[in-house]
Design a protein around this ligand. Structure first.
Ligand code: C2E
Ligand code: MG
Ligand code: MG
Length: 640
């Protein structure tokens, strides 16, 4: 270099630093994403740039002008390219790159393309810079053009960052600005002290900073689920909303997991959730999947970048449903998840929903519901109602304010009331009086059913201890137990403690179970059932004829009573219905089960079921469910 001593120490440092960044990049596993590709290119640029600058000096010193020219041309080309990629990287991290279309990319690459042409021409024409035959370095008249092209990228990057600063998550802004600051400082210092050659070193410093903050997988990837963390999702979602980007959020919430998973160990649970994330990632690309919580996942799809998007979305939803209709293997065990999938189209739906509600929206899901895909984004009312319901159940659990009503059960043999079914009610200060059909499923879904069940049992025991219904001929009480409660491994101890507290014999409580396909395909409740049976509880099968109950289950589970669902009785208005009911009763009696008919409302119905041999009768014909005092008064009246 003419008249100037070239100090290559900073370039050597830049080579070493960029090699470290490349090694770090190569050694850490990360989710495939455009920004990482850009980072890798950026590392390559800084490495090549500094190496070619060093080589140019070395070749010139050794008297090889041709090699020195190749090296210096490479250096200047890479120099502009670095600024180009750096700008792109910053915009990608900031998120506003998502608003770019093809034409943006084309415009953006023009200065880099011009540089490539200029450098190619310069190799022969020497109008930018060159080493002459004596290895003297000379700058040509047009040299400033290169600065101008670099500056275009730098200015655009700074302007873009400042213009979009409001969209960029705050914690990222600081780091991006400092990275940019370091690079600008390097350029300024080099312009003032040309012999320092510090620019590439500051670029390598910037690479290091980015490696720590943006290329550090552990900061953005959930270690258990191996998908992006919640805060990455929140950032991305916010930017997409702010930019009014055409995107689709597919919210996948696993529902009813708490009870289902209570038989799995911590590790097995983690493996189960992880495999859900893995399958989602395989279907839509790893970089599109985010963890909202351990059991709720977000898939973000860019509508504008996909051809025939609606077909893609539809295919994905179908695949999702199929995915959740199959079992998930966790070690030796198999689990079934129910998933609630909500589709939100940005930007149209954003105003009508909050993120939290998207993940919690849904209609009452009960145990037999399969997976539900909700596409109608206008059902905010359902959503609000659901949230209010959940809050009401929470309040009632906290204040133990559930009410228990009793519906008498009549014995055909003794012609008297021999039992009663305990039926829970909720009288909420906000929502008023609510029947169980509306809140039991909410309690099940949000893992509150165990608490609810315990409160009901305690109230029943309190009632028995206070009123001694056995004086009026009541021999036992029927208590409804949700299959989800059986997932609670401590249910036996909890029930036993309550019975002991009120000194109620276990034979006084008969547990009503509703069998659903899930119980038996999982087989995970068998153990709890066995323990309850060993403790002395007896069982009725509820709603026989509606669900998945069959004779084989009935025999294997030692039920005492079968409660025939009211629908079977109500259909017995013609010969076919009558025959069906009669066959059902006969079948059950032939395997020595007591038959209880629910929903008997009229004298005719009572006559039909008694003529078929039904043993016990429950229904409005005798009485609706009554509050405790009224029930006792009812019993007294009948007994007296
Ligand atoms: P279930 O166990 O089948 O209870 C019988 C339901 O039928 C009760 O509704 C009762 O009021 C109603 N019913 C009885 N006789 C007649 C009749 O003659 N005609 C008509 N139309 N209906 C009649 P309810 O109290 O609304 O309870 C609904 C369901 O909620 C119950 O169905 C049960 O599955 C669940 N449930 C109630 N209490 C509890 C509880 O403490 N724990 C759990 N896990 N579930 C409960
Ligand atoms: Mg029942
Ligand atoms: Mg029933």
């Amino acid at each position: 270099m003419t008249g100037m001593i070239y100090n290559n120490s900073y370039d050597i440092a830049a080579v070493m630093l960029s090699v470290c960044c490349i090694l770090y990049f190569a050694m850490t596993k990360r989710i495939k994403h455009f920004k990482h590709t850009l980072y890798a290119i950026l590392c390559g640029c800084v490495f090549t740039g500094s190496l070619s600058n060093i080589s140019a000096g070395a070749f010139a010193a050794a008297g090889y002008p041709f090699a020195a020219n190749i090296a210096i041309n490479t250096y200047f080309f890479v120099n502009v390219l670095t600024m180009c990629i750096f700008g792109l990287y910053i915009q990608c991290i900031s998120g506003y790159l998502m608003n770019w279309h093809k034409k943006n990319y084309i415009f953006y690459s023009i200065p880099a393309a011009v540089t490539a042409l200029l450098i190619a021409a310069n190799f022969f024409l020497h109008f930018l810079f060159y080493y002459d035959a004596d290895c003297n370095y000379t700058r040509g008249k047009a040299f400033l053009l290169l600065h101008f092209l670099s500056a275009m990228y730098l200015i655009q990057t700074i302007a873009g960052l400042l213009k979009n600063v409001v969209f960029i998550p705050k914690r990222k802004v600081g780091c991006l600005l400092s990275g940019l600051g370091v690079v600008v400082a390097g350029i300024v210092i080099q312009m003032i002290f040309r012999q320092l050659q510090i620019q590439l070193f500051t670029e390598a410093l910037m690479l290091t900073l980015m490696a720590i903050v943006f290329e550090n997988a552990s900061l953005e990837v959930d270690p258990d689920l191996n998908v992006y963390k919640r805060k990455e999702f929140l950032d991305y979602y916010k930017t997409a909303c702010d930019l009014k980007r055409e995107m689709t959020l597919i919210a996948v919430s696993l529902v009813n997991t708490e009870q289902l998973l209570s038989t799995l160990s911590g590790e097995e649970k983690a493996a189960a959730f992880r495999s859900v994330c893995e399958k989602l990632s395989k279907k839509v690309g790893h970089h599109n999947v985010y963890a909202y919580s351990a059991e709720k996942y977000a898939v973000m799809l860019d509508r504008s970048s996909v051809k025939d998007y609606s077909i893609v979305e539809n295919d994905f939803l179908i695949a999702l449903e199929a995915m959740f209709n199959q079992s998930w293997s966790v070690g030796e065990k198999k689990v079934y998840f129910n998933a609630l999938v909500t589709v939100i189209h940005l930007p149209d739906d954003v105003d009508s929903v909050t993120l939290d509600s998207v993940f919690h929206r849904g209609r009452n899901l009960n145990f037999t519901d399969s997976n539900v895909v909700l596409r109608d984004h206008k059902d905010v009312d359902i959503l609000r109602k659901r949230t209010r319901m959940l809050n009401a159940v929470r309040r009632a659990c906290e204040n133990r304010s559930f009410l228990v009503y009793y519906q008498p059960i009549w014995s055909v043999d003794t012609q008297s009331i021999v039992s009663a079914e305990a039926l829970v009610r909720m009288d909420d200060p906000e929502l008023g009086f609510i029947p169980p059909d509306e809140f039991i499923s909410a309690a099940e879904e949000y893992g509150l059913i165990s608490a609810l069940g315990e409160i009901v049992l305690e109230k029943v025991c309190e009632f028995c201890a206070d009123y001694h219904p056995e004086q009026y001929g009541i021999e036992w009480i029927e208590l409804n137990v949700s299959p989800y409660q059986l997932g609670d491994a401590n249910i036996v101890q909890k029930f036993a403690r309550i019975l002991q507290k009120y000194n109620i014999p276990v034979s006084f409580i008969n547990l009503e179970l509703t069998e659903t396909v899930d119980v038996f395909r999982n087989g995970i409740f068998e153990e709890t059932l066995k323990q309850l049976r060993e403790y002395g509880f007896t069982f009725s099968m509820d709603d026989y004829g509606t669900g998945y109950s069959n004779l084989a289950n009935l025999m294997s589970n030692n039920y005492r009573t079968v409660k025939i669902d009211k629908s079977l009785l109500w259909k017995a208005t013609d010969q076919e219905g009558m025959d069906f009911l009669m066959i059902t009763v006969n079948q059950l009696k032939s395997i020595k089960l007591q038959v209880l008919q629910e929903g008997v409302e009229t004298k005719e119905q009572l006559d039909i079921i008694t003529s078929f041999g039904g043993n016990l009768i429950q229904g409005y014909y005798f009485s609706k469910p009554l509050p405790d005092r009224e029930f006792i008064a009812y019993c007294k009246r009948l007994a007296g």
